[in-house]
Design a protein around this ligand. Structure first.
Ligand code: 13P
Length: 288
């Protein structure tokens, strides 16, 4: 019997520390279904760059659960003969239990997002996840401050991370990467994005771990590049791919009112979505 590729997906430690050293960013693209996973894997394989597949709890539930997602990703990596490093990451895990469940199912990286709690509680829950994850070679991202906007229907009120809180979160937990909220929002920006590059740069000088930027959609190219020069080594993108894919599918369906094959309908978004992925990779300067 051929064993499903357990060794084919990796944690994010090496890819992110290489990115921090090389001053580029690894793309984190959120997945929603089999087709999106395939489109993203194929686009990144074409470019020969590492990728992080982000899965929110909502998306995991939508697809059936953590085991379904982990099996799907491993099977696609195997069937598509993907050779690049692929990390399967829980995006915004809301509880220690969710993180542990994702790890048990085969996720290679988790984010514990206790950023809405006090700093003490954030540190306590994050440490619990780190202890469980590191014993299983799984990497951990945590968040400090609050990214604005809405994700999976959860509205966030924006406030900036403080440097001393981030240092404390790192020192007391041993996390592998940190997402400091510094002005970005999930979803579309109301007005112009206003990222706090000064604090970002200071955090990069003080913290030895890679910084993560959430809310990659709608940030101008020059700001994304500036964020990378200030230490951002992972950029999360979700909404932009949703918009590009939906626009293409909508146009396809309105052009042909008689189409009913779901394969052709879903695939009508493939080329524009892959083009958008290539565009992000170019901006992020991602290398192998
Ligand atoms: P966007 O939806 O704004 O691209 O943000 C994605 C994200 O940060 C996922 O964690």
């Amino acid at each position: 019997m051929i064993k499903l590729g357990d060794n084919m997906i990796v944690n994010s430690k090496k890819m992110l520390s290489d990115a921090k050293k090389g001053s580029y960013a690894i793309p984190h693209f959120n997945i929603n279904n089999l087709e999106w996973t395939r489109f993203i894997l194929e686009a990144c394989e074409e470019q020969q760059i590492p990728v992080i597949l982000g899965v929110s709890e909502g998306a995991a539930n939508y697809m059936g659960g953590f085991y379904t997602v982990a099996s799907l990703v491993k099977a696609l990596v195997q069937d598509l003969k993907i050779t690049i490093p692929v990390c399967l990451h829980l995006d915004h895990g809301k509880s220690v239990e969710a993180c542990k469940n994702a790890i048990d199912a085969g996720f290679t990286s988790v984010m514990i997002d206790a950023s809405s709690l006090s700093v003490e509680e954030n540190v306590r829950l994050t440490k619990e996840v780190v202890d469980y994850a590191h014993a299983r070679d799984v990497s951990v991202e945590a968040e400090m401050g609050r990214v604005g906007g809405s994700e999976d229907g959860v509205e966030g009120k924006k406030y900036h991370a403080k440097i001393e809180d981030c240092v404390r979160l790192y020192e007391e937990t041993g996390i592998d990467s940190i997402a400091p909220a510094l002005g970005s929002v999930h979803g579309l920006y109301k007005g112009k994005p206003n990222l706090d590059f000064v604090t970002m740069q200071k955090m990069n000088e003080i913290l030895p771990i890679p910084l993560v930027l959430h809310g990659g959609t709608g940030i101008p190219e020059e700001d994304l590049k500036k964020a990378i020069s200030c230490g951002i080594a992972k950029i999360n993108v979700n909404t932009e791919l949703q918009i590009v894919w939906t626009k293409a599918v909508r146009a396809f369906l309105s052009e042909d009112q008689t189409e009913y094959d779901p394969r052709r309908i879903i695939r009508s978004g493939e080329v524009p979505m892959k083009e958008q992925i290539h565009e992000f990779i170019k901006i992020f300067g991602t290398r192998s």
